[in-house]
Design a protein around this ligand. Sequence first.
Ligand SMILES: [Fe+2]
Ligand SMILES: [Fe+2]
Length: 243
Amino acid sequence: MTSKSETERKLADAAWPYWEAEGEIAKRFYAHATPDDHAFYLRAQLWKELNPVDGYFNGLHRELVRLAEKFPLVDKEIDRHDYHFALTQLTEEFNHYVLLADIFEHIVARPIAADDTIQLPEEKKLGDLRRGYVESGDPITRAAVGFTEGGGAALFREGAKISGGDINDMTAHAMKVIYDDEKDHYVEMAKEAVGLIANDDDLTRMVDAIRAISAQRVWMRNEMFRDPMTRDEINRFIETNKR
Ligand SMILES: [Fe+2]
Ligand SMILES: [Fe+2]
């Protein structure tokens, strides 16, 4: 039996080329993005922040209500540390919405409206894929959905590096905050995923699900960033970055 850290490395290696592809897409986008391009991806990202890990969670509003209702179970059926992590994660996701909505309003020079946040088709496919894994009843593939949350934070890592002009500066600040939060989310989700793996069959099932979800995440990113890479370029990038 392999050690926990070895298992985690195997899971992260499976996701690696896809996570780096997300980073590459973001990098290419930010290098040439106009204010209109920024507004376009922000609409899609704002939807994602209000519906974090769609298919696993059911929208921020519903998840907050659900969590508040579970409060009486703390230290009875729910560990207080787990409860605190869930609370923190949801408030952090809401803060991501706040930070990015401020940038959006700065660009469009008017208050944000409900129909400014949009779910693009590839994001919808991602949600359907995740929902399938969550509803399959297999805790292994369900945990794979958690493991792939945030896509290794590669977009946020790249976004935090941009500068020059107020849109870029606001973006870099927001992306740094999101990067730090998503790294924490990853650590928790990875711990949960690794803890569930008891044998090689579990590992294979989880790796397969991680690859499938991560691949769909790449198409979702390319769409929201207005296709900075062709499908061929993306496929080649993933092949050459495999571990
Ligand atoms: Fe987020
Ligand atoms: Fe997150």
